[in-house]
Design a protein around this ligand. Sequence first.
Ligand code: B3K
Ligand code: ZN
Length: 906
Amino acid sequence: MLRTDLAGVIQRSDYTPPAYLIDTVQLDFDLAPDVTTVTSRLRVHRNPAGPGGDLELVGQGLQLVSLEIDGKPWSGYRTGDEMLTVEAPPQAFELMLVTRCRPQENTSLMGLYVSGGNFFTQCEAEGFRKITYFLDRPDVMATYTVTLRADREAYPVLLANGNLIDKGDLPDGRHFAVWDDPFKKPSYLFALVAGRLVCREDRIVAGDGREKLLQVWVQPQDLDKTEHAMHSLINSIRWDEERFGRVLDLDRFMIVAVSDFNMGAMENKGLNIFNTKYVLADAATATDDDFSNIEAVVGHEYFHNWTGNRVTCRDWFQLSLKEGLTVFRDQEFSADMMGSESGRAVKRIDDVRVLRQAQFPEDAGPMAHPVRPESYVEINNFYTVTVYEKGAEVVRMYQTLLGRDGFRRGMDLYFERHDGQAVTCDDFRAAMADANQRDLTQFGRWYSQAGTPRVTVDAVYDEAARTYTLTLTQRCPKVGVELQDETLVKQPFHIPFAVGLLDRDGRDMALRLAGEASDTSGTAASTTRVLDFTQERQSFTFVDVPHTPMPSLLRGFSAPVIVEHEYTIDELAFLMAHDSDPFNRWEAGQRLATRQLLALVESIQMGQLPSVDSYVLEAFRQVLRDETLDPAFRAQALTLPAESYLGEQMTEIDPAAIHAARQYLRQRLAASLHTEWLAAYHNHRVPGPYQPDAASAGERALKNLALSYLMELSDAGAAQTARTQYDSADNMTDRFAALTALVQRGGAAREGDAAHGPNHAAEALVDFYQRFENEPLAIDKWFALQAMQRGDGSHCVIDAVRALMRHPAFTLKNPNRARSLIFSFCSGNPAQFHAADGSGYRFWAEQVLALDALNPQVAARLARVLDRWRKYTPALRERMRDALQQVAQHKALSKDVREIVEKALA
Ligand code: B3K
Ligand code: ZN
């Protein structure tokens, strides 16, 4: 048993089936912003597999008006502690509840709330209980019929899940709509929307031969920004038919955009609700990244229709069952949409970057948890990069182990067995194993053990025997809550370890493992081999190896592990130039840069003059010049590892030194590759009107990276180039890249004095605001950029951030805006946030508390910024602990924030 001092811990091992089940739900809403009245009629019966007893429904912030059973008032009930207990009800009955809630006052953005004068809901994970008393848990699945009544003038559009079956007018200027969802669903997938909205519509004939109505609903001024979302939706529908044989089951599928939203989007059955950030796009206001994020999120939510909705989670510990799987599916979808092999690699690199920058630190800190957590206090705190991104890597490993066809067989069996059910991660693994007659018992440890395994590699070439032996060793020390469990002994993981061997010319060798026949077609002849690495220490011997090969390890990042291998510089340069696996080509460059950067950090810390080895500059020059490589790939390869990633590679994180080192290397790369950067800038301009496709986006990425390097030099010409690009751009990607380049030109090159001429950065910032004053998503970028700007001796960014908080366009209540300024500063500007005087931490504490009073979920996300405090240099560590304690001592803390700060301090 795990020991924990936190109050209100929910344990996975405590799962019991519900005492009652609900077959049908009939909900009537009388919508009004101040007080909304909800009438709920439930057909309930005792669950033969449940523990029996009273019916216990949960509810939060509700006023109970009346309760009836089978049409008669029922007095045998009690309320209290967010619970409604119906005492000794019959075996099967109809329960009618009338309750009231207050949408206008709801700043948590969970349950029913008002945004921009319209009504929206968010129920996952536990928001439905803010709408009515219910068995608000995912293993209670029912069919829903929903009637919405509201003022016709103020709320002309009334939407809910499923199909519209009736609508009409009511007295007193009101009207109604009735929606019926034929599919059984858990309460977290319920949704309604009411308000003044317009939609883009399309119709497609789906794989089942039926015509489907597709709609994207937005505020009237945004209608012209919905084309890309609709296009992405259609691509998603087609892709799921093609790749997984999954057809859209409803006759109608709707996406609605809302500007006040806690996260990215929500997969409510047939009525997805999205943050505007992941719907609205046009050339003028959205960047290439925005376009591709929209495609990914539209895909993600659409794919949930099968992986999440048709088959859902038994309990919230199984969250990765739907999230890891659906992230994997959206990653594969986006990769397929890239349209080229090299595009797929770029997408893979992006995904791995996120995993390493965000998930690896999580997996080494106080919040470390397995993909299937063992316990939680607030489930919203477990929508983590571990559950999502590492969960996706776990699903990817099934595909790597079983092959694409084997994985598809597993998916088919999973749907065949579990359609309409609420199931567990073990059920998914069983389907994969059974469909392929594979034993995946050991693989299950990926769900139960936390931490990032480290793999070391020893290689021996035997010239006489012509064999090459790789000996792999894995270890994964305890992390997070595992540290409190003395009895826990971690066991080796089943790691699919993909390798290739390069000959001395850099070509792939044909691979044959000892014991395999020599003349086989198929696997033995292939040049990448997935090793089944299952023991703590295990050797793999390749035969017929003519000379010492160069190993290409963990190709395509085949498992979420850290490979600790001391490559020499020559080896890295060789892999960077020759590896046929594009991921590992990129990886070799990142290793080279990381090594150089860590050496620079050390010199800076010791007060020595930093120096950059010429091989690093030359390796980068090669990549930049290599016209056979796609521009998008080159942009990835020439982007230095992030400051947060570098910090994780150190024993003690020193943000100032890391920032100085990275800046120093950027300046050296700028100066020594100046000619090449200039050429890249000019050669990769994209002619013609803006198109967000992957190839043009890649050209822009390389061109704008070149601009950012050129701007590292104190050269008035570069500033003029950026200013011209800013002024003349016909798209947001180029305009914002130019603005960023101008604003980031800090330190010695700061302009605005007599020697440097006009202050382009300040002028462009003013222009940008005026240009996009009525485009909230563009204004978010404007805040974020200023929060992430570099500082220098006389220029503390925190002062700018505090000033921006007083800007009339700033509000803490809108999560996008809060994230754009506060989160960008606290987690996107490490060198400034971790200022030695602790000013960043005091700001953090203030903002966590201010946000917590409004929106605990968003506050808890911000709270996590100090997670890794123990890993920082002693002086910073002390100040971070003070700030954490200050928050922890606050009296009225939400359980969301309490869980985070208490775990951090434990
Ligand atoms: N399932 C939702 C996330 C809900 C988060 C609740 N705190 C979005 C998604 O993953 O698709
Ligand atoms: Zn999801």
